[in-house]
Design a protein around this ligand. Structure first.
Ligand code: HAM
Length: 429
């Protein structure tokens, strides 16, 4: 690359600039508030994890592991990955941090970046963000419904309306083998018609064929998992749907719903948005994963969880016309007319900041240029001061909307700003 060419971000990743962050902040804050309302506590796990954790946990045959993993050797020659999802890391942390010794289930949530090397398009990025919820250590189907209710409540409180909940049971190690055989018997004669991926997956993971967009025409006549569930799985699923009914959460039982990760047993669910299409239709999804802990070498432990793609949630907020306007960087801006006033301006800024978010303009340029820039920041009030006024310890308080201006002593400034902020709050609906 020529040394003069500007260096840009890598493909499939995005900067989230301040003006775009407003809906993200709303979605992230609502996620934390709703999770905590349900008794979930925040956990942070590393972005890098041992490759083996993800490969064994998520499954070697999945697209996420076989095609999309950011995998590398660190300087110590250990194989690491950038996490493609949060669940395996949270399960690892649950055992390593002895949360299995505490009250069960451990109710945990986290938010952060995930990495999948897929073909980028709208709603699909190589670095994306998840809100992830895990309840580890309780086999009760009521907890499956609790996780769904938490996710539903969050999407509702954000104002998203065009969302449908799809639920299914994909059975467990007792009943899934018979269903697998039935699927094999159905798909083997169709082999030549299947897409390349499905031909490869047919013997190793025939359930994934149900998820293939290309081979959708064959799906309608395929055997349904719900006809093959063993009694305990059938009962558990009935308990989940009964809880959803009691919570008045509308859902569709979708016997073709399978998930892209291998660790699921029994309950599987997704939230679809009408305006997300094709392979990107899910705002989020999850399910029960009772076999995961054991697959990772820890004691067998029942668990259930959910993750939403924040990128897609934010996209759909805009799609549904739910406008979230970025607040101004600062409500108050301190401006000086003349040089050598930085200390005075800093002092005024410190007073104002006790009451409202306040920025100080220390640039050396004309007052006119400073006022123009103040207008563009969206600040509600400007505190103006020249050398003479600084000497008298006063400022000119200017309301930008009305251009009304009054002189205020530094000693009165806190009270004056507080009165104005209160008056403004009262005017708001
Ligand atoms: P997942 O279905 O692989 O599940 O991902 C959850 C959500 O993350 C998707 O529904 C989607 O909104 C978002 N997502 C996935 N890939 C991308 C991408 N490349 N770009 C943008 N958004 C994306 C899981 O990750 C499981 N760990 C969920 C879970 C938690 N199951 C149990 N506990």
């Amino acid at each position: 690359m020529a040394p003069t060419e500007p260096i840009r971000a890598t493909r499939g990743v995005r900067d989230l600039l301040p003006a775009a962050r407003a809906p993200w902040q709303v979605a992230e804050r609502a996620a934390a508030v709703v999770a905590e309302r349900f008794g979930y506590q925040e956990i942070e796990t590393p972005i890098i994890e041992p490759a083996e954790l993800v490969e064994r946990g998520v499954g070697d045959e999945t697209d996420v592991v076989s095609k999309e993993l950011y995998k590398f050797q660190d300087p110590g020659r250990r194989w690491l990955v950038l996490r493609p999802e949060g669940t395996v890391g949270v399960v690892r942390a649950y055992f390593e941090g002895n949360l299995n010794q505490g009250p069960q289930p451990a109710r945990l949530y986290t938010q952060g970046p995930m990495f999948r090397h897929d073909r980028p398009q709208a709603g699909r990025y190589r670095q994306f963000y998840q809100f992830d919820v895990e309840a580890i250590g309780d086999p009760s189907p009521a907890v499956d419904a609790e996780v769904i209710e938490l996710a539903w409540t969050w999407l509702r409180e954000l104002g998203l309306g065009r969302v449908s909940l799809q639920v299914n049971s994909i059975g467990d190690r007792n009943c899934r083998p018979a269903y697998r055989e039935a699927l094999l018997a159905y798909y083997r004669p169709l082999r030549a018609d299947l897409c390349q991926d499905c031909q490869r997956r047919l013997e190793s993971n025939p359930l994934r064929l149900l998820d293939c967009k290309e081979d959708a025409p064959h799906r309608e006549a395929a055997p349904k998992i719900t006809d093959y569930l063993c009694e305990p799985c059938r009962l558990a699923f009935a308990q989940v749907t009964a809880q959803l009914d009691a919570a008045e959460i509308p859902y569709t039982v979708n016997p073709r719903l399978v998930r892209g990760l291998d660790y699921y047993t029994r309950t599987a669910f997704e939230f679809w948005h009408e305006s997300l299409s094709g392979a990107q239709n899910a705002l989020g999804g999850g399910g029960r994963y009772d076999g995961l802990a054991e697959a990772l070498g820890w004691p067998a432990t029942p668990a259930v969880g959910f993750a939403a793609g924040l990128d897609r949630v934010v996209l759909m907020l805009a799609e549904e016309g739910i406008e979230i306007v970025a607040p101004p960087a600062a409500e108050v801006l301190v401006l000086t007319d003349g040089e050598g006033l930085d200390v005075a301006a800093g002092r005024v800024g410190r007073v104002a900041r006790e009451v409202l978010p306040t920025a100080v303009d220390y640039t050396v340029r004309s007052l006119k240029a400073k006022m123009r820039s103040a207008n563009r920041t969206g600040a509600r009030w400007v505190l103006l001061m020249n050398a003479e006024e600084a000497g008298r310890q006063v400022v000119q308080l200017k309301e930008m909307a009305s251009s009304e201006q009054v002189e205020v002593a530094w000693s009165e400034l806190g009270q004056e700003l507080e009165n104005r902020a209160l008056a403004l709050e009262e005017m708001q609906p």
